[in-house]
Design a protein around this ligand. Structure first.
Ligand code: COA
Length: 169
């Protein structure tokens, strides 16, 4: 399935959310995936960047199914907390959430996007235009990899400096 077909899929609705009720649903999905399933963290609700971030909730057939977050830091867009409920994986939901967040990062003036990928998802992010920088590191017993997606030609220079800070590559 290609990106265009995914975008046209009517069963998936990805929207920005603000209300405490909708944020609670996001936290429930994070709890389900990152606390209970992966034991990545004991607490997925106290990230200080949540307050200044753009939060997305994905519904599948009207039921909450996935989430993700964009945080703008000047010309850098950070993506984090990307999760799809286990029972809903493989339906294109994660892909659609990422498409929306990449587009939003660009609209917000981001020159590049950076994220910490769990290495099992490297191929998923690579297919969305991300590439690996630096070495694999371990966080909560799960191997991770920093990945970057260049959004603007100017972003190339910023990324070059970023790569230098990793010692090249
Ligand atoms: C990673 C994750 C968000 C992907 O969401 P998803 O809704 O299952 O993914 P999609 O159905 O949109 O998949 C899109 C494509 O990527 C592929 N893909 C999905 N997850 C993948 C993975 N972990 N590794 C490689 N490819 C993957 C799918 O096979 C699909 O390819 P296709 O078009 O050939 O069928 C989801 O598996 C998840 O929530 N995992 C647990 C939490 C997690 O690890 N989050 C990432 C933190 S960095």
């Amino acid at each position: 399935m290609n990106a265009l077909q995914r975008s046209d899929t009517p069963r998936i609705d990805v929207r920005e959310v603000h209300s405490p009720e909708e944020l609670e649903i996001i936290f429930q999905i994070r709890d389900e995936v990152f606390v209970r399933e992966q034991a990545l963290t004991p607490n997925a609700r106290n990230d200080p960047d949540d307050k200044r971030s753009i939060h997305y909730l994905a519904d599948f057939d009207g039921e909450p199914a996935g989430t993700g977050r964009v945080t703008m830091l000047g010309n850098e867009a950070q993506i984090a907390w990307v999760a799809v409920r286990k029972s809903r994986r493989g339906e294109g939901i994660g892909w659609r959430i990422m498409e929306v967040m990449i587009e939003r990062s660009e609209e917000e003036g981001g020159e590049y996007i950076i994220l910490n990928a769990q290495t099992h998802a490297l191929r998923f992010y690579e297919r969305l235009g991300f590439y690996s920088v630096g070495s694999v590191f371990t966080m909560a017993n799960i191997p991770h990899q920093v990945m970057i997606h260049q959004l603007t030609p100017g972003g190339g220079e910023t990324i070059r400096r970023y790569l230098e800070s990793f010692g090249g590559r």
